[in-house]
Design a binder for this molecule. Structure first.
Ligand SMILES: [Zn+2]
Length: 233
């Protein structure tokens, strides 16, 4: 089920292109041989959270092709990751571009450094699901119909799970990160809000602020368990 350590330098699973970014770059998902994943794990929907891609890749490269039981997107925002920006090539925060009842056209604000005001502006898109990256992800979810989604972010150091699901509690237990249930603030157009409207179990897995070396120590084993189907739903 696990690949010999010396052979973990390349991805040995076959990826499937599920869409294209604004710039025409491929969006890739790695699927289990059954093509029927229970869980989809997604990294770097925010392009400035590259450590989530690095650690998720470390987990994927540790698993033999027949050991992969769930679906992996190493980067949901390939143009943003290539630019080092939170938003996509058009400056849209993809995590505010989902077609939710509470979607808002107003700018969204974030902070990129600790102890700074949250005043850096991005767009939620011209309309819900205006961006090709969002549309492609929605189509993929429609096709795969996973029972749960785990989205990786950094660096709030928590497991944020609106429902307090079995999966969320298990991830909190395995990582030692605090479980935040039903965080009080509204996030219009977020993937989490959309999933909640669809009755889809979505767990936001926020890494702590640390180097990829340190993050791998703590999170690669947990992600291997998720990808090999060793977690209950
Ligand atoms: Zn994020």
């Amino acid at each position: 089920m696990l690949i010999e350590r010396s052979q973990r330098g390349v991805i040995r699973h076959t990826g499937t292109v599920y869409g294209k970014s604004v710039e025409g770059n491929p969006l890739t998902v790695w699927l289990p041989e059954t093509n029927k994943p229970d869980i989809l794990v997604l990294a770097s929907i925010h392009g400035d959270e590259a450590e989530t891609t690095v650690v998720l890749s470390d987990a994927l490269r540790s698993i033999s092709p027949d050991g992969l039981k769930n679906a992996v997107i190493l980067c949901g925002n390939v143009d943003g990751l290539a630019r080092g920006t939170r938003g996509n090539a058009r400056g849209v925060d993809l995590n505010r571009n989902f077609p939710t009842a509470n979607w808002l056209p107003e700018p969204v604000y974030y902070k990129s450094r600790r102890n700074e005001p949250q005043d850096i502006t991005l767009s939620p898109g011209e309309c819900p699901a205006s961006e090709p990256e969002t549309k492609a992800l929605l189509s993929l979810l429609e096709q795969l119909k996973p029972r749960a989604v785990v989205t990786l972010h950094s660096a709030l150091a928590c497991i944020d799970d609106a429902d307090g699901s079995v999966l969320g509690r298990l991830l909190a237990q395995k990582t030692g990160l605090p479980l935040e249930v039903g965080v009080g603030y509204a996030t219009p157009g977020s993937f989490g809000s959309w999933a909640s409207e669809q009755n889809l179990n979505l767990v936001t897995y926020e890494f702590e602020a640390a180097s990829p070396y340190d993050l791998k120590e703590r999170h690669t084993p947990v992600l291997i368990d998720v990808l090999t189907g060793k977690v209950d739903l």
